[in-house]
Design a protein. Structure first.
Length: 565
């Protein structure tokens, strides 16, 4: 019996699982750490808007660096070296974030993660695609990427549970350092399986017309740095204010312009055989950007929803068993005076819309005692606390909600893969672009679920069941499974051999721009008095992207068919 998948798949699966364990552990607690007041718990005490901006910039840059990292892997370093360099830099960055609280060193540690991800992320995906370029595995490439994607999400699922345990038991620093340990474990697994993919890790031979490293540095990398510096200073000097909401955002958007120009120029410079494939790839990059702009709000807007608007208390019969395995805050909230509930922590002062209040210098106001969680509990809960003044309330960690999406990925991947396999056997499996456009539409429906959540909680007046988030994540996960692994597969199938890792970097560039847009969108949260309108805007963006995809679909499917896929 022929094997359907190469022997290297399990090793790449677990390498990526542990790498994503570290990355998503960071993302799950990143915003919570930034907005946590300084003092007992050691947060950085930032405003929500600033935290959203930094989060969006961070995740954007982690997906922008694969542009140069993919190129260096293709032409200079090779895939094996790039994975080792990337993994070591990320591990050092994770440990640095957990060790240094001084802002320059904190940002320096984030820079190591950003650079490391640039080497690691496009390379391991390209290496997997190379394994499936061989017979008899070629026909199972989509399934292989789905399985690989499930490995990513196993890491993303378990990391939040471990983060909650480490944060509760030891502190923020130890939780971040755990991410570095996970990355190093991934490199050990990668080394053990090296013999199964070393043959697929050869660099592509140089061809006439190939883009040179000097050209990348002079025409793309250097202009991007110059444009970023201009974006940081020019708007404020000329206009007296920034253009896109913050200095970070202005600098990022300006820096992206030379990189985007470079990818578009590849299309115009390509030969007649390569032009249709590169054009199709650029089209997919464009529409997938909208998906990431909404999806990546799981670390900002949806984390805020889980933190402030979702019922997180644990029924008393379950408190002891859950406390024993450290999946909860372990915080005790005691009623002091009537209607005011106290904790021994220092917390930010919020208004009724959960906006952090600031002093005259723009710094967050804090107070020791009143906890924001009790601002919008139900009438029944308020009466219960009033009648039982010594009652303790214990809460689930907010970051545990970040495990819902990867849980759905793990649960639904076999269903989605089985569905495509069934259609393939009947000769009715849609082309990859059709799957991607379908994913955009389904993802849009998840925003409507959150509109329902807003109305169920009377626009934040009362907390709502966690099942709303579970349902919303479930819907967007189906869309994600139609789009994200299919996007990776699409790049691997259509990219010219000499540009495979570079075009994989282009897919992550679209991810990067989408990630930054997610931070920009999240920072507008407090400008919406009716939170339903916030989610309706997200829904509109995804429906617009679906419409664009439908306009291009016939041509994209034709190109896929003509290329033998």
């Amino acid at each position: 019996m022929k094997t359907k998948h190469p022997k290297g798949l399990p090793y790449l699966f677990f390498t990526e699982m542990w790498e994503r364990f570290g990355y998503y552990l960071i993302l799950g607690i990143f915003v919570l750490y930034l907005i946590e007041p300084k003092g007992l718990d050691g947060g950085l005490g930032m405003l929500d808007k600033d935290a959203d901006d930094i989060f969006g910039t961070f995740i954007a840059l982690t997906y922008l660096t694969p542009f140069i990292g993919g190129f260096l892997a293709d032409r200079v370093l090779g895939y094996i070296k790039s994975i080792y360099i990337g993994g070591i830099l990320m591990a050092a960055g994770y440990i640095g974030v957990g060790t240094f609280k001084d802002l320059p060193l904190f940002y320096g540690s984030l820079a190591l993660i950003i650079i490391g991800n640039g080497f690691f992320k496009p390379t391991i995906s390209t290496l997997l695609g190379n394994l499936y370029s061989e017979e008899p595995y070629k026909a199972n490439k989509d399934s292989g990427y789905n399985i690989f994607y499930m490995g990513i999400n196993i890491g993303a699922f378990i990391c939040n549970i471990i983060a909650a345990f480490m944060r509760n038991k030891f502190g923020w620093g130890e939780a971040f350092i755990t991410a570095g340990v996970g990355m190093l474990l991934g490199l050990v697994i990668f080394t053990i399986g090296r013999k199964h993919y070393i043959h697929a890790a050869t660099m592509k031979p140089t061809q006439e017309g190939d883009t040179k490293l000097s050209e990348i540095l002079i025409k793309v990398f250097l202009p991007a740095i110059i444009a970023g510096v201009i974006g940081w200073f020019a708007p404020t000097l000329i206009l007296g204010t920034n253009i896109f909401g913050s200095l970070n955002t202005d600098a990022f958007i300006f820096a992206c312009v030379p990189v985007i120009y470079f990818y578009v120029s590849l299309y115009f410079k390509s030969n007649k055989l390569e032009k249709p494939a590169i054009g199709a790839l650029l089209s997919i990059f464009l529409i997938s950007m909208f998906f990431w702009a909404v999806f990546k709000q799981n670390g900002t807007a949806l984390t805020r929803w889980a933190n402030f608007y979702t019922e997180r208390s644990i029924p008393k019969p379950l408190v002891e068993p859950l406390r024993a395995i450290n999946l909860i805050d372990g915080e005790k909230k005691d009623r002091g005076k009537k209607g005011i509930y106290y904790t021994d922590k220092e917390v930010n002062v919020y208004d009724n819309q959960f906006r952090v209040q600031k002093d005259k210098n723009g710094k967050p106001l804090t107070e020791k005692g009143k906890d924001v969680y009790f601002k919008n509990i139900s009438k029944e809960q308020k009466e219960n606390l009033t009648n039982n003044p010594a009652q303790e309330v214990t809460l689930y960690n907010t970051e545990l909600f970040q495990s819902i999406n990867p849980f759905w990925v793990i649960a639904l991947t076999p269903v989605v893969v089985g569905f495509w396999t069934l259609l393939r056997k009947r000769g009715k499996e849609p082309f990859t672009p059709s799957k991607i456009v379908l994913g955009l539409f389904i993802s849009g429906l998840s925003c409507l679920v959150m509109v329902g959540a807003v109305y169920a909680g009377n626009n934040g007046a009362e907390k709502v069941s966690a099942l709303w988030l579970v349902a919303s994540y479930g819907v967007i996960t189906i869309g994600e499974l139609c789009l994200s692994p299919m996007g990776l597969s699409f790049v691997s199938k259509l990219s010219p051999a000499r540009l495979t890792a570079l075009m994989m970097g282009g897919f992550f560039l679209a991810n990067s721009v989408g990630n930054k847009l997610s931070g920009i969108l999240a920072s507008t949260w407090y400008s919406y008095e009716n939170k339903a309108n916030y989610f309706l805007v997200n829904f509109g963006l995804l429906i617009f992207a679906t419409f664009l995809g439908l306009l291009m679909l016939k041509r994209l499917n034709k190109i896929m068919k003509e290329s033998g896929h």
